[in-house]
Design a protein around this ligand. Structure first.
Ligand code: EZ4
Ligand code: CO
Length: 402
């Protein structure tokens, strides 16, 4: 069997997605997600110009060799654009391997380690009362784990709070929207949110929170300590993680579990975080961290150090990534949780999929490969729309992390 075509499909059914389609001379095809929110066309160009021509005629069964060819062979290693492009190829090749074998992807990896994949949904509101109502809604839908975010008094807008309660799409304008941030106002408000959640709902549910890279390590230590009575499942991205050693400071001050890594693209981004046991959950995903082949290496390093997986699963990761991630999650021994932000009905229609939700768990289904396809006719009706992620400034105008 040989790769006969390699095409990039860019569409926007509610939001932008980049999908790689790999076809073979024996009629089997596979697809992979290559979406990099706000920077979509850079990955599309990388794939079209530099990857697709080199894949024609290759044996699609040689997944490891093609991964190494694209990683080592580029000379310019790592980075989100390169690693998302490699991820798309890798995901499509695993999809093909599964279809050829007639087996769902999780069976190729080693079979199921569990019956279902625990997911968390997003409760968000403009204020605490609204967030509490959303927690109640997710609990009513059967979720065992819920992420809670709320607006902050004195700030016009906040990460994680959306107009539409079920979907969260931060990339909302062609030129980035500017938000204002105050660490003092945030640190004052957040413990009140979790105190209110625990006093209304008790401790039955796993409760999570995303700090979205806003704090310094010592501030994160203070937040983690102040949230200890509410026993969070995790505190996510407390501080930007380029300086992995900085997490030692957070660890010295709190036992609130820490999840990091949705923006990481290789194992080297989390080598110190994992080997020094500075985090509890690693959030690398199929699409942004080199596909199933590389995610497996990260998870198996993490397993040595009691770090569990908790993959990113926002709406900007397409159903193709979600399908592949669920096979990975069902198999990987040191699984922790999977983020699951629902896609819009328009997105779901373009990407028919075998995965399904029941009682707080997702299951990837039994279709061969990863079980997600693309309706290209429908996709063509939703052309690309330029949209950027917001930026953040402090109240005095200085740029900050969004
Ligand atoms: O801001 O995926 O945990 N989830 C997140 C997401 C990210 C977006 C960026 O594209 O942090 O909402
Ligand atoms: Co996050």
């Amino acid at each position: 069997m040989k790769i006969s075509a390699c095409r990039v499909i860019v569409c926007s059914p509610g939001r932008n997605f980049v999908t790689l389609m790999i076809e073979t001379d024996e009629g089997v095809h596979g697809i992979g997600d290559a979406t990099l929110n706000g920077r979509e066309l850079s990955v599309a160009a990388y794939l079209k110009e530099h990857v697709a021509p080199a894949l024609i005629g290759r044996d699609p069964a040689r997944i490891e060799d093609i991964w190494q060819y694209l990683y080592r062979g580029a000379y310019w290693r790592r980075g989100p654009v390169t690693m998302s492009a490699i991820a798309a190829v890798d995901t499509a090749l695993w999809d093909i391997k599964g279809k050829v074998a007639g087996l769902p992807l999780y069976q190729l990896l080693g079979g199921a380690s569990r019956d279902g994949v625990m997911v968390y949904g997003h409760a968000n509101g403009n204020d605490i009362a609204q967030t509490l109502d959303e927690v109640a809604r997710y609990a009513g839908l059967g979720y065992k784990a819920i992420r809670a975010q709320s607006g902050i008094p004195g700030l016009a807008s906040t990460y994680g709070v959306s107009k539409d309660r079920m979907y969260y799409e931060p990339a909302d304008a062609a030129i980035a929207t500017e938000n204002i941030w105050s660490t003092a106002k945030y640190l004052d408000h957040v413990p009140k949110l979790f105190e209110a959640i625990r006093s209304r709902f008790g401790f039955e549910h796993h409760i999570l929170h995303d700090v979205h890279h806003r704090l310094t390590p010592i501030e994160a230590g203070r937040l983690g300590k102040s949230l200890e009575p509410y026993r969070l499942f995790w505190m996510e991205d407390p501080t930007p993680a380029e300086n992995q050693e900085g997490f030692r400071i957070i660890r010295q001050h709190t036992v609130t579990p820490i999840a990091v890594g949705e923006v990481f693209n290789t194992i080297y981004d989390c080598q110190t975080l994992i080997s020094e046991q500075l985090i509890d959950f690693i959030r690398t995903t199929v699409v942004h961290a080199g596909g199933i082949t590389h995610l497996r290496r990260i998870a198996q390093l993490a397993e040595l150090y009691h770090v569990r997986t908790g993959s990113h699963g926002a709406t900007d990761l397409s159903p193709v990534c979600m399908g592949a991630a669920l096979h990975f999650d069902l198999w990987v021994h040191n699984f922790g949780i999977q983020e699951y932000m629902r896609h819009t009905p328009e997105t779901d229609a373009v990407f028919p999929h075998a995965y399904s939700f029941k009682d707080g768990y997702l299951h990837p289904g039994e279709a061969p490969g990863h079980g997600v396809d693309i309706d290209e006719t429908l996709a063509a009706k939703h052309p690309y729309k330029s949209s950027a992620l917001p930026v953040n400034r402090l109240e005095d105008g200085s740029m900050w992390n969004w």
